[in-house]
Design a protein around this ligand. Structure first.
Ligand code: PXP
Length: 240
């Protein structure tokens, strides 16, 4: 099963916002990512618009030719935006206002009704839905009960443990992936995936449908260039 690479371009917006103006040009970078082989573009607008702005999301949609994934906390303004833009996929993330980056998955037991209603609303526009969760079989089953099409496994704990003991690092994710197969929900993954840990993750989760990668990929591009870097990541996903 091929795993798609979706490039998260939030860091490009962060760089642009540092000076105002349009350098680097977000639309150009997104199109170039696609031209260089990315199979999707991910953005994560936050309420304070400190990197991707809501306006960016609206202008990106008609410019893209691959899969558009919008992730974020489903506050009212986010839901209005996604219903308006109608991307291919919306990933629901429970990120706090002041979090530097997403740092945990949903407590689905607590938010089940809210998630179910939100997903039903997105489905009225035929938008594929994914829920960001920690790798726990019970949470995977609860995710399926919300009606979501996919889960996105929060891979920061995997990435943190990988250099010390990769077998231990992947163990919870293998169990979560098995649960996902049992309840027939698709699997995405993201957070801190990089050129070192990606191939091993993919090899042990062969049902992985998509990864969204931002921080490491854009940082690697400083050294290798964007085109080479995207090709390097694609190669990791195709490694046997
Ligand atoms: N998935 C989610 C839900 C995220 O919030 C992020 C970071 O914005 C990513 C994936 C990508 O993580 P990274 O930038 O570490 O590759």
């Amino acid at each position: 099963m091929p795993t798609r690479l979706s490039v998260n371009i939030n860091k490009i917006a962060t760089l642009r916002n540092a000076r105002g103006g349009q350098i680097p040009n977000l639309l150009q970078v997104a199109s170039d990512c696609e031209r260089f082989g990315a199979q999707g573009i991910t953005v994560h607008p936050r309420p304070d618009e400190r990197h991707i702005r809501y306006d960016d999301v609206r202008t990106l949609k008609p410019a893209l030719h691959t899969e558009f994934n919008i992730e974020g906390n489903p506050i009212d303004s986010f839901i209005t935006l996604t219903l308006d833009v109608c991307p291919h996929q919306v990933t629901l993330v429970p990120d706090a206002h002041d979090a530097i980056t997403s740092n945990t998955g949903w407590n689905i037991k607590k938010h089940a009704r809210f998630l179910r209603n939100t997903i039903a609303l997105l489905k009225t526009k035929h938008i594929r839905t994914s829920i960001f969760i920690n790798p726990d079989p019970d949470t995977v089953r609860r995710a399926a009960d919300t009606g979501a099409d996919r889960i996105e496994l929060y891979t920061e704990p995997y990435a943190a443990r990988y250099p010390h003991n990769r077998r231990q690092a992947i163990a919870d994710f293998i169990q979560a992936a098995q649960a996902a197969q049992e309840v027939n929900i698709g699997i995405n993954a993201g957070h801190d995936l990089n050129l070192h840990n990606l191939a091993y993750f993919r090899r042990h989760i062969p049902t992985l449908l998509e990864v969204s990668i931002g921080h490491a990929l854009i940082s690697d591009a400083l050294y290798f260039g964007l085109e080479n870097t995207i090709q390097l990541y694609l190669r990791q996903l195709q490694a046997p």
